[in-house]
Write a protein that binds this ligand. Structure first.
Ligand SMILES: C[S@@+](CC[C@H](N)C(=O)[O-])C[C@H]1O[C@@H](n2cnc3c(N)ncnc32)[C@H](O)[C@@H]1O
Length: 219
């Protein structure tokens, strides 16, 4: 079962400790993130940006460095509270909403960014998800996604099971010991290309040790 409530509960509970993922002390890994951060700073320059599942605002800060405006959305009020503690270079508006029920008209944004969400998206939902992320995008707009490869999660094996649709579930434990079963899928480079080149034109695909990223154009 792909339990949407579990993942929301997990991230609501994890909000104050979430950003630790960005500061683990592996220089190569931090360099990959730093390179992506600079890429997003440049990509978002002078654009109207929508961020989906913005979390604590890590990529919001990158986009807001040079953007005209950023609208950053997340379902977890606790994440938005964390994100609001940061300083942003451009105007940022936070909206507490569900990625599956976005309050936007079509064709509003030049760029949509989505950090570390696709790995949680159930495989059986992909076509619906692609429609959702494409609708708010202008005709010449782009979508940027980043997500992790297994080494980004350390060496601990926390695999639980695979469901009928092929989604993998992992055990995730918070600092206070609470444990959650979380849908988390990984992809090789060819899989990513196959999945995304059907609904979009793949403008750029990076696949490094720790992270993959995609820049997509509308077809
Ligand atoms: C892995 S975190 C990514 C946060 C941020 N994008 C980043 O890259 O640091 C996933 C985020 O998705 C949010 N989320 C979970 N379910 C959601 C939903 N149905 N709609 C919108 N956001 C959701 C969580 O609250 C969490 O902030």
């Amino acid at each position: 079962m792909t339990d949407k409530k579990t993942i929301v509960d997990y991230y609501r509970a994890r909000a104050t400790e979430y950003e630790q993922i960005y500061y683990r002390d592996v220089p190569e890994r931090r360099q990959e993130i730093a390179d992506h951060f600079i890429f997003v700073e440049k990509l978002a320059a002078d654009k109207t940006v929508l961020e989906l599942a913005c979390g604590s605002g890590y990529w919001t800060q990158a986009a807001a460095k040079n953007a005209r405006e950023v609208i950053a959305t997340d379902i977890a009020p606790e994440m938005i509270k964390e994100a609001k503690t940061k300083k942003y270079n451009s105007p940022v508006t936070f909206i507490n909403c569900d990625i599956y029920d976005l309050p936007f008209k079509s064709a509003l944004f030049d760029l949509i960014i989505i950090g570390f969400w696709f790995s949680h998206e159930p495989k059986q939902n992909y076509s619906k998800f692609f429609e959702i992320i494409e609708r708010p995008l202008k005709a010449d707009g782009q979508i940027w996604l980043i997500d992790n490869n297994p080494p980004a999660e350390g060496t601990k094996s926390d695999f639980l099971h695979t469901d009928q649709a092929g989604n993998n579930f992992k055990s995730r434990r918070l600092n206070d010991g609470r444990e959650f079963s979380i849908l988390k899928n990984y992809f090789n480079q060819n899989e990513l290309h196959d999945i995304f080149s059907k609904p979009f034109r793949v403008s750029r695909l990076t696949y490094d040790k720790y992270y993959w990223s995609l820049l997509l154009d509308r077809k």
